[in-house]
Design a protein. Structure first.
Lengths: 561, 116
């Protein structure tokens, strides 16, 4: 893992001290709320429905056991004993008190963490594939790139006051697990015909009220030119992005209104004017960063573990857990594991302080002290020896962390929604809980297979509903909560936006509607097609038909009551 | 700076009776304008039954925000329960008055018992 150097350390400490003074001035009345708000947002502190909320950055979703233990301490001492992992691979605390926030930031700084640039119109946390460095299908590890971008974008003087927030994601694998096509900039690491490393660069993806899939503006950029090229994109956006209308201020609108070709030409023009060598990181700095992400000292192991094989035969639960949550590792004898934070009826992404502490120990004993946060609000143990899996599984079970549902219908992304969020128009978490209960049966989940459901409690789409195979959007209609359903969304390399099936429905009808859609899939699917593959082949029509049928049946039932 | 929350109650039409709700500056939790000062128990909230009282209470709320005691005060239309307690009419205001629906053990519903 990357470790702070003296500059990182000093920068974070100075910001903590500065914010401490700002809080003091707010509390003694020298700063009004209007004056204080932009300052607190620069430090990740929001005011939500019931309390302040602190969003802590987790660079590209990578955490050490030591850091997770500190997050547990903060959750226990300054919150209500839990934290919430977000779709941006960050963590949020829902109940901090304003007077305690400087102390919390100090505790974070002790473990090389902070809340800077987790809010406001700046470049946010750069996210990456949760299996970076270990995925069998990886071309190149995206973490050194993400770390380089983190350092470059932290307090970059030119880009701290953009027209709107800006999100960058990087993947180094064939299969996109970082949803790069729905980010302001998406970077896909690849090699050209000569075998040289570089990036395919897409710009202008995003969700929210105007969802867009990013447009590729460079098929191949040599690796060492990254920062100058990204700087050129940022300059075009900073100069030309709209500042008159918040809802039209993201780069996706600029790309859309300018046209991809013209936007690309402007970036290339800006890029030609930049003095690349003064912007791009010097080779020794790139190498210094990359050294932190060198493969760990793996043991020389046979590809298959006899211990695990026998244990799987003896324990159906372990067998199912490995089958569903295991992920192919590039190193023989090792496996990466998704640790689901979606127990049936739980709150997606929530983790208790006790679980965090236990899991920090587990990561230290079984995964070289490291864990990852996924944009699906789960965790990953990246370096598990197959031989250790039976013992590890037993420990995970005792902490309720062995739910074998990674990628299944109950592994639902949900934003905090109206239970916490000041922007929300409808509840999100209770909808996820009810759907999960409806499909709780393991055999049924397995039969349905991979089915990403994503729920947002307002049009801002933190729950990524546009790119859910089934997407659910909660709105207010006539003084009630009302839910719109879409199918066909996809956040991977086949990125697509979901299509609405019909009118919105009441919260209590959502699980039934999802069941109707699942039944349609099961009757329409050919061979081993997943839900999204079937939708891609059939289009939305069969699903629209069954959705309309469901609504009709419900209306008849209500008329009879 | 972009607006980072939806201000005010979303109730349409007749807005009385009403109470005033805000966030406490220090703790960030929901507080209600009482007969004197602010309370965390909505049962003790002052209720405006006429427009004149509502306007006066709203002005009191704004003064408290200007004095840095609370943040974002606003009038919340309520109905009066059989016990005579105010209950917000809009589901978003109810969420603030009670606490998270997914955590009955947190928020005002935990501190002061069932709200209604």
């Amino acid at each position: 893992m990357y470790r702070y150097d003296e500059f990182d350390e000093r920068f974070v400490r100075e910001r903590v001290a500065q914010f401490g003074e700002q809080v003091k001035r707010r509390l003694d009345g020298s700063l009004t709320e209007d004056e204080f708000k932009p300052l607190r947002l620069k430090n990740g502190l929001y005011l939500q429905l019931h309390a302040y909320m602190l969003r802590v950055a987790i660079p590209y979703g990578t955490l050490s056991g030591r850091q997770l233990r500190q997050l547990a301490k903060i959750a226990r001492d300054y919150d209500k004993g839990y934290g919430h992992f977000t779709t941006r691979q960050n963590i949020q605390f829902n109940w901090p008190k304003l007077k305690d926030v400087p102390a919390i930031l100090d505790l974070l700084a002790d473990v090389e963490m902070h809340a800077i640039q987790t809010s406001g119109n700046c470049i946010r946390n750069t996210t990456a594939d949760q299996f970076s460095g270990v995925a069998a299908d990886e071309v190149e590890d995206p973490r050194p790139t993400a770390e380089l971008l983190r350092q470059w974008s932290s307090q970059h003087p030119e880009f701290v006051w953009l027209p709107r927030k800006f999100k960058i994601a990087v993947t180094g694998a064939e299969h996109d697990r970082a949803a790069i096509r729905v980010h302001d900039i998406g970077l896909r690491m690849r090699r050209n015909e000569a075998g040289e490393p570089g990036y395919e660069i897409s710009v202008g993806g995003g969700l929210g009220r105007t969802p867009m899939i990013g447009k590729v503006i460079r098929e191949f950029l040599p690796k060492d030119e990254l920062l100058a090229y990204v700087e050129a994109i940022m300059r075009v956006y900073n100069a030309e992005g709209r500042r008159d209308n918040k809802f039209k201020a993201r780069v996706k609108i600029l790309v859309h209104e300018t046209g991809t070709e013209e936007f690309t030409a402007r970036v290339e023009e800006e890029y030609a004017k930049l003095d690349g060598p003064t912007v791009n990181a010097p080779l020794e700095e790139v190498e210094r960063i990359a050294a932190y992400f060198a493969p760990p000292a793996y043991e020389d192991l046979p590809a298959e573990s006899v211990t695990l094989g026998e244990a799987r035969k003896a324990d159906a639960g372990l067998d199912r857990f490995v089958e569903q949550n295991g992920f192919a590792h590039k190193q023989p004898g090792y496996i990466a594991l998704t640790i689901s934070l979606k127990p049936i009826g739980g709150v997606p992404g929530d983790m208790s302080a006790d679980q965090m502490e236990a899991f920090a120990d587990i990561a230290e004993r079984y995964s070289l002290g490291e864990l990852r946060v996924t944009h699906s609000q789960n965790l990953v143990l990246p370096y598990v020896k197959k031989d250790d899996l039976p013992a590890l599984y037993a420990e995970l079970k005792t902490h309720d962390l062995a739910t074998a549902n990674a990628g299944l219908v109950t592994d639902i992304i949900a934003c905090p929604g109206l239970d916490y969020c000041a922007l929300a128009t409808a509840k999100s978490i209770p909808i996820a809980q009810e759907i999960a209960k409806t499909f709780a049966d393991d055999a049924r989940q397995k039969a349905i297979g991979e089915l990403p459901i994503k729920i947002s409690g307002c049009i801002n789409a933190c729950g990524h509903h546009h790119v859910g195979a089934i997407g659910i959007l909660g709105l207010e209609k006539g003084g009630r909560e009302n839910y719109q359903i879409t199918v066909g969304g996809d956040a991977t390399e086949h990125a697509s936006l979901g299509e609405r099936l019909g009118p919105g429905i009441d919260a209590e009808d959502v699980p039934g509607a999802i069941e109707a859609l699942v039944e349609t899939y099961l009757s329409e699917r050919e061979g081993s097609e997943s839900f999204i593959e079937t939708v891609r082949r059939t289009g939305a029509d069969p699903f629209k038909a069954s959705f309309a049928g469901f609504i009709e049946t419900r209306a008849a039932q209500e008329a009879a009551e | 700076m972009a607006k980072d929350h939806r201000a005010g109650s979303k109730v349409k039409g007749d807005k009385l009776p009403a109470i005033v709700m805000a966030s406490d500056l220090l703790e960030g939790d929901t507080v209600f304008l009482a007969e004197t000062g602010w309370t965390r128990d909505s049962k003790a909230a002052r209720i405006a039954h006429d427009q004149e009282s509502a306007d006066a209470m709203e002005a009191e709320g704004k003064a408290a925000a200007a004095a840095n005691a609370v943040v974002d005060p606003y009038l919340v239309p309520v109905e009066i329960t059989e016990e005579g307690h105010p209950l917000a009419r809009h589901f978003r205001d109810v969420m603030r008055q009670k606490g998270p629906s997914i955590h009955p053990d947190m928020g005002k519903q935990a501190d002061f018992g069932p709200i209604a």
